[in-house]
Design a binder for this molecule. Structure first.
Ligand code: PLP
Length: 482
């Protein structure tokens, strides 16, 4: 493609991008594609001759777009948000244009130094102590993995990375039963094994029970295991639960076990001074993950891992063949020694653009809105017949279930059917979790373009579809009686 053509298409695409975002709420949130739909349309071979950009873009619109679930839709209330925002998109365009590799300081000095500074800004913004230093990872899963590698290094006095685990003590990891799946996955990757992850029981608020944690550690020590890592959740994925950090921190200190906090989603809420109490106990924490790509208006991928002792991770991951020697010498830490992949995108740029474009006050306003709307939604749910609020709002997430006058054993089926109707309908998108063994629906507010009216529309949609389900159930039971 000639540069003149590139310029022409880039301008047109910029227009399309804005139009898309301005009208995305006219589209169904979740794609209604069926498995194999796009595959059936795609030719089996790469084209031999060049194709015009117009033709490629036409196929993108006609074939690819229908298979996209619109994560930037203002009525996207599923999973957790995967934020994007205009300043972040613009930065991503620059990142793609520069296409710089930030693997060493030398290969992108500004990329490296911008990463150091924006991570200091973010650390201070959320109230983490200045003893933490950060690195940007591609995902919360990779950040959890890196934290657990550091924990394994500490528990084995660095022998795990040199000798493997054959002669190491049998290591164990502790996390609540609500912890994200990436914790167990990391245990399998680092050779500790899923069976050696102790999923500690939770209380009525779905938070880890410190007493149960202490007992599990004692039992393991008596059986000859060596506890390597405790993972505490600040905003767990299913129900947003918050583990009691002060008590868990005390246990970590007494037992001398590495403590990692997974705040991948809820960490962003700490930019609000009224949420700083959730950092009580932080003094005992060794590492902390927060994903700006979830709820800080920054495009995927941007997960920040903060650690007090980056050297511990670097000891495990630093391998420096001649071709990776950098002109920075020891003056500046190399981020490649704190992440799995060597190659690194220039991710700091979009975070820098976002932090500056919104300013701390703008970010606080957006996040405070999401939290306040969740509280208001909880009130609406309490006031709606046939619905039960299962969890109080946790930051900007709550769980509820449809609870008509029906036998308890039929409620899971009814809620599953309601969820299917909601997501097939397309006006909103919700996902599910389990609470006390029951199927519940999650309502997660945090999309960049969501306004209060979208939350109201969302709840009205749930009620309308529950009514239609109720009517259908009544017709069926009448027909069955005939
Ligand atoms: N931790 C928590 C609490 C999460 O909710 C998630 C994802 O939703 C992760 C970790 C994994 O983050 P990522 O999707 O960036 O790998």
């Amino acid at each position: 493609m000639e540069f003149s053509e590139f310029r022409y298409h880039a301008h047109n695409l910029a227009d399309w991008m804005v139009d898309y975002l301005e009208t995305v709420d006219d589209r169904p949130v979740r794609s209604s594609a069926i498995p194999g739909e796009l595959l059936a349309k795609l030719p089996g071979n790469c084209p031999e001759t060049p194709e015009p950009f117009e033709a490629i873009f036409e196929d993108f619109v006609s074939d690819v777009l229908p298979g996209i679930t619109h994560w930037q839709h203002p009525r996207f209330f599923a999973y957790f948000p995967a934020n994007s925002s205009p300043p972040s998109i613009l930065a991503e365009m620059l990142t793609a244009t520069l296409a710089a590799q930030c693997m060493l300081w030398e290969t992108s000095p500004a990329g490296h130094e911008l990463e150091i500074r924006v991570l200091e800004w973010l650390r201070d913004l959320v109230g983490l102590p200045a003893t933490f230093s950060g690195s940007i990872q591609d995902s919360g899963s990779a950040a959890n993995l890196c934290a657990m590698i550091a924990a394994r290094e500490r528990a084995t006095r660095s022998t795990a990375s040199s000798n493997g685990l054959c002669r190491a003590p049998r290591l164990t990891i502790y996390a609540s039963a609500e912890a994200h799946s990436s914790v167990v996955k990391a245990a399998t990757i680092i050779g500790i094994g899923a069976d050696n992850v102790r999923l500690i029981s939770v209380d009525q608020r779905f938070a880890m029970q410190p007493q149960a944690l202490a007992e599990a550690i004692a039992t393991d020590r008596a059986a000859g295991y060596q506890p390597a890592c405790i993972v505490a959740c600040l905003g767990a994925t299913g129900l947003g639960s918050i583990d009691p950090l002060p008590e868990i921190g005390r246990i970590a200190r007494v037992e001398d076990v590495y403590l990692h906090v997974d705040a991948a989603w809820a960490g962003s809420a700490l930019i609000l001074p009224e949420n700083r109490n959730y950092l009580a106990g932080i003094d005992a924490v060794d590492s902390f993950v927060l994903n700006p790509h979830k709820w800080l208006f920054t495009n995927f991928d941007c997960s920040t891992l903060y650690t007090r002792s980056p050297d511990e991770l670097a000891k495990a991951l630093a391998i420096t063949p001649t071709y990776l020697e950098s002109a920075s010498g020891d003056a500046i830490p190399e981020f490649r020694n704190m992440s799995i992949a060597l190659a690194r995108r220039f991710r700091a740029l979009k975070l820098w653009f976002v932090l500056r474009s919104y300013g701390a006050s703008g970010l606080r306003r957006l996040i405070r809105n999401h939290i306040q709307w969740t509280t208001a939604l909880a009130e609406m749910i309490r006031d709606t017949d046939n619905f039960e609020l299962v969890t109080e709002p946790r930051f900007a997430l709550l769980a509820f279930r449809y609870r008509p006058d029906a036998p308890e054993h039929s409620l899971d089926r009814l809620n599953e059917e309601l969820l299917r109707r909601i997501n097939d309908d397309g006006r909103i998108y919700l996902t599910k979790a389990r609470a006390n063994g029951n199927l519940v629906l999650r309502f997660s507010i945090g999309q960049t373009y969501t306004a209060w009216k979208h939350v109201e529309q969302g709840w009205a949609t749930v009620v309308e579809l529950a009514d239609s389900l109720d009517a259908a159930t009544r017709v069926r039971s009448t027909t069955n009686r005939c």
